[in-house]
Design a protein around this ligand. Structure first.
Ligand SMILES: Nc1nc2c(ncn2[C@@H]2O[C@H](COP(=O)(O)OP(=O)(O)OP(=O)(O)O)[C@@H](O)[C@H]2O)c(=O)[nH]1
Ligand SMILES: [Mg+2]
Length: 372
């Protein structure tokens, strides 16, 4: 049996070559995806390689025994010629297996890029986000030699190439999220930035009549900021408070921290935001597990969120979740908070913040690729 190898960008094209040369009776012996092992080639599209053969035509061999008394007829059973469509299904199955294998095996990266990859992994950036981001870094890097400083420059360019939105401009923002993530503190930080930097008139509303001290907590900030303040005991009546604050440029609404695994609490937020042209900012703590963040995003998806505020960056060993959320969240990241101090420990999200999170100080000054 003579074997022949065909290579093409897609499986169909490789099969077409087999069909044209060997006809429909060709037997597919093996198929696989192949990548060049050259530098910078791991993110290029793999080729499809098909090894095919043309079997000798159906054979029927008859052997006559030397002893005519015991004439034995040995028949080589006819093998049905396999349909190419069947082969295609098999190939696709093998391809799937190959993909799983390839995914399990990390691509071989140049040394410094490999260090950046494991650094990001250690900071909690998951494989898919690392792959997307490092592909962008390599694109920005081109064919240049990878030195630490060139790599830092490429990372910065890759960050610039990401899509960042400006902070939300909607008039009414409602902050929701699990218990103790920093909603009220974030509202105080946000309000101060709006008042001091943007010279806006900000009104504050709390719907948190559940936790003892919650009203006083926001009232204290409102007093310091000289911002009008309203308390809403029934979410259905929020329009009354909104009417009272209609002269404000921006209205920030605080809500009670809840266990949002219970759908009833999602409904509560829907009542607050529902008919009031109000954007929901989902507040997530970076100290929570990534799975929990994903679960919350899924729970809030039906009512639509406009932004995600990520709190407690200072307390997490997994700041890479910011990149994961950049790729996975259905809406932009609006702000990141970095400590308990009001108002300074909050930044509106943008390339500088992302760059800082991805590189860390040690890498920014070029001395090392380690986390710190
Ligand atoms: N380390 C750190 N602590 C923070 C940050 N943001 C808020 N906190 C602290 O987290 C605690 C809870 O903050 P709150 O603003 O009351 O949280 P909340 O989500 O309003 O809490 P509930 O209303 O009870 O659900 C406080 O001790 C804050 O100082 C942050 O970025 N970093
Ligand atoms: Mg609160």
């Amino acid at each position: 049996m003579k074997l022949k190898t065909y290579t093409a960008p897609t499986l169909d094209e490789a099969l077409e070559q087999v069909r044209n040369e060997l006809g429909s009776e060709a037997v597919i012996v093996q198929t696989r995806k192949v990548r060049s092992t050259q530098w910078l080639s791991w993110f290029k599209r793999p080729q499809h390689e098909v090894v095919a053969a043309l079997e000798p035509s159906v054979q029927q061999a008859t052997q006559v025994a030397e002893n005519e008394q015991y004439q034995v007829t040995e028949t080589v059973v006819e093998q049905p010629v396999r349909d190419l469509r069947y082969d295609k299904v098999l190939m696709e199955m093998r391809e799937l297996k190959q993909m799983l294998y390839e995914n399990a095996k990390a691509p071989k990266l140049p040394k410094l890029l490999g260090e950046l990859d494991s650094d990001l992994k250690q900071r909690g950036v998951h494989a898919e986000a690392r792959h997307s981001f490092l592909s962008e870094v390599q694109l920005q890097h081109g064919e240049k030699r990878v030195t630490a400083s060139a790599l830092i420059a490429s990372v910065s360019k890759a960050v610039e190439a990401l899509d960042f939105t400006t902070p939300p401009t909607t008039k009414i923002l409602c902050f929701a999220g699990p218990t103790g993530v920093g909603k009220t503190t974030t509202i105080a930080k946000w309000a101060t930035q709006e008042i001091v930097h943007n010279k806006r008139k900000v009104g504050l509303i709390t719907t948190d009549t559940f936790r003892i001290g919650a009203i006083e907590q926001l009232r204290t900030y409102a007093t310091i900021l000289k911002a009008p303040f309203e308390i809403v005991t029934n979410p259905k009546e929020i329009h009354i408070a909104l009417e009272k604050l209609k002269d404000c440029d921006r209205i920030l609404i605080d809500t009670a921290g809840r266990n949002y695994q219970q759908e009833a609490y999602i409904e509560e937020i829907k009542q607050v935001s529902g008919q009031n042209q109000c954007d929901i900012q989902l507040v997530l703590s970076l100290t929570a597990s990534y799975a929990d963040c994903q679960m919350l995003l899924a729970k809030f998806k039906p009512i639509g969120i406009s932004g995600v505020v990520l709190t407690k960056l200072d307390e997490t060993s997994q700041p890479g979740h910011v990149l994961n959320l950049y790729y996975d969240a259905p809406c932009p990241i609006s702000a990141v908070t970095t400590g308990q101090h009001v108002p300074q420990d909050m930044v509106f999200f943008g390339p500088e913040v992302m760059r800082h999170i991805l590189l860390g100080e040690a890498l920014v000054d070029g001395s090392s690729l380690s986390t710190s």
